[in-house]
Design a protein around this ligand. Structure first.
Ligand SMILES: [Mg+2]
Length: 442
């Protein structure tokens, strides 16, 4: 179905469109285009200087055009005269290969050519902080075990309700909201959808949550570990594969033969291999699911104040047990618990599909199911790789994994590695107080 954005503007009283794309670091970039100019922009795209964003371009590159995907358009529920629309990046008539939404679209096409349609749901945890971002916004939110704290969630009812109301209006099918495991932390869940739709919604959810929080005088953050000693912001992904996209999907390919024949893994053969691909590429794909210096303060973290980090530290999978990297909670789907709030919404979906397809191609064995508590008995396992300890290790794993690099697209992979190595170098050049404390009197 083609949506004409000029007509959409007239019918809905839109004065401005945000033509938005997401760069390699997950930054959302937009131009605000008056509705009178949208017809041309829908055709031609809005022009950007790619170098000014994180896309690994030079100032000499020609204009990059962000061409709106009109099917993604959303009227801002909190500012109905504005509509947001996700765009695909094009340069001189060719799709920009490293642009995250293009990386994902290409992988979705590849999966579709094999009759596989990935659907995912994500759990984008966030904190509500004071506007400066230094501390949680609610001084009374101090419980040692604050998860599901009904008093604390109701003290932030105005923010949570407003975001949930908007998701209801948008037809996302939100179904629960809670106070999460860290003081100041929340999670809001909505229905799973096709990978591209989930990526668009994930992007929009971050924008919406930050906007609503600002309106109420707070600052929402998805930073993996914004407060030392507290549980971090995960972004768990629930993954299943179907026979068709959208509403045409009838059969869950991972769910077996209809009689529940899914074996020990809880996933039919293709699902088992898909999971095998995730396990095989886990250390490398962490560079995408956990893409910042701060990400590694969440995985491999010491025990938090609440008693658990809820984050994995090794490449293991199991049944309904939250201490592993992958949980198969019920037949037909699995939960990847690795990603954090800094992951790029498009690249998260892309890397899941890339690793999964690689697993199906090579009939990758996911390895043994481990029915243990990884937080207390993890040390008893010697044959499962530890997840990378820092961003540099993850980038090196990604560099070693030429198969995953190719699956994500070599143009993307080299641009991503280059910019992320720059980021790591910038971090190591940073002079920290820790060094002085530990070295001054040596
Ligand atoms: Mg959670």
């Amino acid at each position: 179905m083609t949506i004409d954005l000029a007509t959409f503007a007239k019918e809905n009283g839109i004065k401005y469109f945000m033509i938005s794309f997401t760069d390699l670091f997950g930054g959302q970039r937009a131009k605000l285009v008056p509705a009178q100019a949208i017809a041309d922009m829908q055709e031609e795209g809005a022009g950007f200087a790619g170098f000014a964003t994180y896309l690994d371009m030079t100032p000499a590159h020609p204009d990059m055009l962000a061409v709106p995907d009109a099917t993604s358009v959303i009227q801002l529920p909190w500012k109905p005269e504005v509509a947001w629309v996700a765009a695909n990046c094009v340069m001189e008539g060719v799709a920009v290969e490293q642009a995250p939404r293009n990386v994902l679209r290409k992988l979705i096409e590849q999966a579709a050519s094999k009759g596989l349609h990935v659907k995912t749901g994500i759990e984008a945890e966030f904190f509500l902080l004071t506007p400066e971002g230094n501390e949680i916004s609610d001084p009374f939110d101090t419980a040692a075990k604050p998860c599901y704290d009904q008093q604390a969630v109701m003290r932030r009812y105005d923010v949570v309700r407003e975001i949930c109301d908007y998701m209801l209006e948008l037809g996302w099918g939100p179904y629960q909201n809670d106070h999460e495991d860290a003081n100041g932390q929340f999670e809001m869940n909505w229905e799973f959808d096709d990978a591209l739709r989930t990526a668009d919604k994930h992007s929009f959810f971050k924008f919406m949550t930050k906007s609503v929080a600002e309106k109420h005088g707070f600052r929402a953050t998805f930073m993996p570990k914004p407060i030392e000693g507290l549980t971090g912001n995960g972004c768990h992904a629930h993954i299943s594969v179907w026979d068709a996209a959208g509403d045409a999907a009838k059969t869950n390919v991972f769910a077996g033969d209809g009689e529940g024949h899914t074996g020990e893994v809880g996933l039919a053969e293709q699902g088992k291999y898909f999971l095998g691909g995730i396990m095989k590429h886990a250390s490398a794909l962490a560079a995408v699911t956990n893409p910042t210096v701060n990400s590694y303060k969440r995985i491999n973290a010491p025990r938090t104040l609440s008693g658990a980090t809820w984050a994995p530290n090794s490449v293991t999978w199991t049944g309904n047990n939250r201490t592993h990297m992958v949980r198969v909670p019920a037949p037909g789907r699995f939960e990847l618990r690795l990603a954090d709030g800094a992951t790029n919404p498009y690249l998260l979906q892309a890397v899941i599909i890339a690793a999964g397809l690689s697993g199906i191609r090579s009939k990758a064995d996911p390895g043994p199911r481990r029915d243990i508590d990884m937080y207390t008995e993890g040390h008893t396992i010697s044959d499962a790789p530890k997840l990378p300890l820092n961003l540099l290790d993850a980038l090196r794993e990604y560099e070693k994994d030429t198969e995953l690099q190719a699956a994500m697209g070599n143009a993307f992979s080299s641009a991503f590695l280059k910019l992320k190595h720059d980021e790591w170098n910038s971090f190591t050049r940073h002079f920290s107080s820790w060094e002085k404390e530990h070295t001054l009197d040596i």
